[in-house]
Design a protein around this ligand. Structure first.
Ligand code: SF4
Length: 316
């Protein structure tokens, strides 16, 4: 078995190698909250999909290394067409993003002429290209509320986030039958069991969860919203209903508070593919570069920029 000192030295050497290449490539690391802790620790920015999209616009580097899943890297590329955007792991895909195909969405639009298409950012660039406006879990309610009241809305691909938005806005929303397989693993029974074990804890869940889970929660938040909610709450204990990796940034942000995942089973395998070695290799070999054909990129970018504009308008 390898000694602890050897592992520590190897990791230090790897981190030094990454730091050198990062400097010479003039790169930044954008890291999602569900990534493994060692990858989160090297992030220039660690956040949720909305935060990553906003940071992608602001970052002043030549190369963005996206540690997350493909749609996040595509979004970064759409907003930074002149920069090189690398997805650290080629196979890091979001299964939910693959549950809606652009041509199927076009067919549904044909059945509901005049409807506005709102697509979660967890979609491919091709799907975004046939979308009117994107949203994230942090701004979905705000985006839907910004649409003229007489418009029907087609919401893709997450039926659970869509149902939550419908409940919060009272709007006429046609739901696409997609979902996040990781959040779908969290059940009401698991929440009740966790509440039984930690009766004084607040329950905070992600809006990708089933409605039966959302109805048991004290708060429904995106991952960045969870960080803010738990930091600002008077409570000291929380049961967290989202991908288990979220416990790490919560503990980092609130070291004096306690957090338990609803279940140890809520793990997204795609979010766990990226390692320090992946990041090193991404910079070393300039892999895996994201390219999007202009005919897809132009309309897809408009749908994301429209979302970002709604955020700016509502911020005053
Ligand atoms: S946690 Fe769910 S939505 Fe997020 S990348 Fe994994 S499958 Fe996709």
């Amino acid at each position: 078995m390898m000694k602890v000192e050897t592992i520590t030295r190897q990791k230090a050497e790897l981190l030094a190698e990454i730091a050198d290449m990062k400097k010479s490539r003039n790169a930044a690391f954008l890291v999602h909250n569900y990534q493994i802790p060692t990858v989160q620790d090297i992030g220039d920015f660690v956040g949720d999909s909305l935060g990553l999209a906003q940071e992608a616009v602001q970052t002043d580097v030549d190369v963005i290394v996206l540690c997350g899943v493909r749609f996040m890297a595509e979004t970064a590329k759409l907003l930074n067409p002149e920069k090189t955007v690398l997805l650290a792991e080629r196979e890091a895909n979001c299964p939910m993003a693959q549950m809606v195909r652009a041509d199927d969405l076009v067919a549904l639009k044909g059945e509901h002429p005049g409807a506005t298409v709102v697509s979660y950012v967890n979609t491919t660039a091709a799907t975004k290209a046939v979308t009117d406006v994107c949203c994230t879990s942090a701004n979905a309610v705000k985006v839907v509320n910004s649409i003229a009241e007489d418009k029907r809305i087609i919401f893709t691909p997450d039926q659970h986030l869509g149902a939550y938005v419908r409940k919060m806005t009272g709007r006429d929303i046609i739901l696409w039958p997609g979902c996040c397989p990781t959040h779908a693993r969290i059940t009401a029974e698991m929440v009740l069991e966790a509440k039984g074990e930690h009766p004084r804890a607040k329950v905070v869940v992600h809006p990708e969860c089933l409605m039966e889970v959302i109805e048991l929660a004290d708060a429904v938040r995106s991952t960045s919203g969870m960080l803010k909610y738990c930091a600002e709450s008077d409570a000291a204990r929380f049961i967290i209903g989202t991908e288990k990796g979220m416990i790490y940034p919560l503990k980092k942000r609130c070291p004096d508070k306690e957090f338990w995942p609803v279940t140890q089973e809520a793990i997204c395998p795609n979010m766990k593919l990226t390692t320090l070695e992946s990041v090193r290799d991404a910079l070393k070999y300039m892999q895996y570069e994201i390219t999007i054909p202009p005919a897809v990129a132009e309309p897809a970018r408009r749908a994301i920029e429209r979302m970002l504009q709604i955020g700016r308008d509502s911020a005053g």
